[in-house]
Ligand binder design. Structure first.
Ligand SMILES: [Mg+2]
Length: 269
């Protein structure tokens, strides 16, 4: 029986320069591997040690990148190790099988969203009205499934995200603040539903997971064992659950630790 490893990517396995959180003296800093280039500039990294662990993990378990990124944003990441047979993008809205979105899965997800929560149009219009150009840098619709804003955190009014979260909750949507991005996502659009589908298709008996943000909480709860780093929305809110280990490591070293934990657990299964 294969072991399924479903992991969030950004600020869980891969880190932007701003999120590395290196605290050691420079000569002791780990060597980093760049795994994403955007507009000709390096954008995301993991440690060289983590790259080796990820390659081993790909040979040991069914590794499923599980991200809120759009397919386009996901496809510019070049992870070490064998190409994953399955990947989850758009917070569960797209299930990639050998790199191609499964149309049946996508149709099931969109049917559920139409039934169970307010429309993306309504949410988009509200954001347009409520967000202030003083601190909004970009407003984006992702894959016709959810919306996000890129904001100046220093200028963002303290209660704005909380007020948005209350408005969204009443309409079946959820809000997640990650670095400079505010995500507004339908509650039925989950990473966990897509991971359950991959578990069904692969016959996996054990699912391991990791993630750092509120959008990863359902993923962690659906797994048999999970890990979260010492930074991020979940850590900041003190979120925990019985099968979840809260790691002390922060930044890119947390990514290395998570991969070590995955490998140990997968080999022990
Ligand atoms: Mg993340």
């Amino acid at each position: 029986m294969p072991v399924l490893v479903a992991s969030d990517l950004d600020r869980t396995l891969i880190y932007s320069a701003a999120a590395l959180a290196l605290t050691m003296p420079d000569p002791e800093a780990p060597r980093l591997l760049c795994v994403e280039v955007y507009e000709s500039r390096p954008l995301s990294y993991l440690t060289e040690t983590a790259a080796g662990l990820l390659t081993e993990l790909g040979d040991t378990a069914v590794f499923v990148p599980t991200t809120t990124r759009t397919r386009e944003q996901y496809q510019r990441i070049s992870l070490p190790g064998p190409p994953p047979s399955y990947a989850i993008c758009a917070n569960g809205g797209h299930l990639l099988v050998d790199g191609v979105s499964d149309p049946d899965w996508h149709a099931r997800v969109t049917a559920r969203l139409a039934d169970e929560c307010a429309s993306l149009d309504e949410v988009g219009e509200h954001l347009m009205r409520a967000a202030d150009p003083v601190w909004v840098r970009k407003q984006r619709i992702a894959e016709d499934l959810f919306a996000y804003l890129v904001v100046e955190r220093e200028l963002l009014p303290e209660d704005w995200v909380k007020e948005l979260a209350v408005w969204a909750e009443n309409r079946g949507w959820t809000v997640s603040l990650q670095g400079r991005k505010i995500y507004v996502v339908p509650k039925p659009l989950t990473k966990s539903a897509a991971v359950r589908e991959v578990a069904r298709r692969t016959g996996a008996e054990l699912t391991l997971a990791a993630g750092d943000s509120l959008l990863d909480a359902d993923l962690l709860l659906a797994a048999d064992r999970g890990w979260r780093p010492g930074h991020g929305e979940l850590a900041d809110s003190g979120w925990t659950a019985p099968a979840i280990t809260a790691l002390p490591e922060r930044g890119v070293l947390a990514g290395e630790r998570i991969l070590r934990e995955f490998l140990t657990a997968a080999r022990g299964a």
